[in-house]
Design a protein around this ligand. Structure first.
Ligand code: COS
Length: 380
């Protein structure tokens, strides 16, 4: 079972699939080994508009509905999670402005992100803590018409070549989560320093960097939303990102399944293809069930969003089950491929490394459980 798509939707997915097959897949081994994806391929995909598929048409995007978008993200995740995350995160600042910005900010965002294809980054996490996001230490202190930003953000996707950073910073230390605000910060401002990119376990086909802000002066017109709304803005961003990450994880789980079935049908042991062995067949059945359960949960969450219903708990469930099931499918794929599963010539050992990272990014599995449990406490 895949997403059920009409002809027009299928054509969109086919376009994405063709691009990844042609421009991304042949380079994956190299990018994974060096941890240096080619920025030119990322730019090429942005020229085709892949980063703005779900941006409304009146703001210069393709205006894809969330259902088609989910199929598109699954397709990208099936090819490569790391490269896909380069697109799915790059419009976070744009979406923040479209959600909470002034008309002037929206016109600016449509131009820089939509026409000039500038790469945006979402800057929340800090070295002193990722899960406890409201305990951040980066500050933005008012000075006349400006704010002076000081602090360090880390694990920032695409910061290597990022051009506009959506930075969450504390504007009032006495107010906790309500004392955090959101700023659009240009990379070229004096005091912005992007550090070296991390040499990671998985997601090696995306860049992840630290960014230091030292006395960075930002005019108040670059604050998005009222002062103190930054944490809610960040959480709203994560709500959407958790569904997206879950959908990319679905793509990975599907890929692990496909590679396993293909191998199990070809590989002969004890006189039969190993798919005929119950030990392998049952693993494959479990893998398929994980994929289908995840896709159904994503479809349900999409329906909630499209009908304007609350979806925070469901987005966390999507992220939690999709990443954990992707991890289990990747473990099973390595087991089924055996010795070959451990070799870099075959794709599944990379899936395993990528899947582990999926269980951590955009809120760990434990954070998702925390979010789900907090909702349960209110619901019953
Ligand atoms: N969506 C919208 N608003 C949210 C929200 C969400 N998912 N979660 C919390 N909020 C709101 C709350 O409703 C509260 O506002 P009100 O007081 O007006 O109701 C405010 O934000 C503060 O919430 P809370 O007190 O629950 O904040 P906590 O500091 O306890 O933290 C968690 C809540 C754990 C959910 C948050 O810190 C979190 O998500 N951490 C993980 C961060 C993460 O995923 N990082 C990944 C890297 S980013 S790429």
């Amino acid at each position: 079972m895949a997403f059920i798509l009409n002809e027009e939707q299928q054509e969109i997915i086919q376009l994405i699939d063709d691009f990844f097959t042609r421009e991304v897949d042949p380079h994956l081994q190299e990018w994974d080994a060096t941890s240096e994806p080619d920025i030119n391929v990322i730019r090429k995909a942005m020229e085709l508009g892949f980063h703005k598929l779900d941006i409304p048409e009146e703001h210069g995007g393709s205006g894809l509905d969330l259902y088609t978008m989910s199929a598109a993200i699954e397709c990208m995740g099936r090819h490569d999670i790391g490269f896909a995350s380069g697109f799915t995160t790059t419009t976070a600042p744009w979406k923040i402005v479209l959600g909470m910005g002034t008309d002037e900010q929206k016109t600016w965002a449509d131009r820089v992100f939509g026409e000039e294809n500038k790469i945006g980054c979402f800057c929340l996490t800090e070295p002193s803590g990722g899960s406890d996001a409201s305990a951040m230490r980066t500050t933005a202190v008012r000075d006349g018409d400006d704010y002076i930003i000081n602090g360090t953000k880390c694990f920032i996707t695409s910061a290597e070549y990022g051009e506009i950073f959506a930075v969450m910073a504390v504007t009032d230390k006495t107010k906790g989560a309500k004392g955090i605000s959101c700023f659009m910060v240009d990379r070229n401002l004096p005091g912005v320093q992007v550090g070296k990119h991390e040499d990671k376990l998985g997601f090696r086909t995306s860049y992840t960097n630290e960014i230091a802000f030292q006395d960075v002066r930002v005019n108040k017109k670059w604050m998005v939303g009222p002062e103190g709304l930054g944490f809610i803005i960040a959480m709203n961003t994560l709500d959407g990102a958790r569904l997206t990450t879950g959908t990319m994880a679905l793509g990975l789980a599907q890929r692990a399944l496909e590679e396993s079935v293909k191998y199990a049908k070809e590989r002969v042991a004890f006189g039969k293809p190993i798919i005929a062995k119950q030990g392998i067949a049952f693993m494959l059945a479990d893998m398929e069930a994980r994929v289908q359960v995840t896709r159904s949960m994503i479809e349900h969450t999409v329906q909630l969003i499209e009908s304007g219903k609350p979806f925070i708990k469901e987005a966390s469930i999507c992220k939690m089950i999709a990443s954990e099931y992707a991890m289990q499918n990747a473990i099973d794929a390595v087991q089924i491929l055996g010795g070959y599963g451990c070799c870099k010539e075959y794709p599944v050992e990379k899936l395993l490394r990528d899947a582990k990272v999926l269980c951590i990014v955009e809120g760990t599995t434990q954070i998702q459980k925390d979010v789900i449990a907090r909702h349960l406490a209110k619901e019953y």
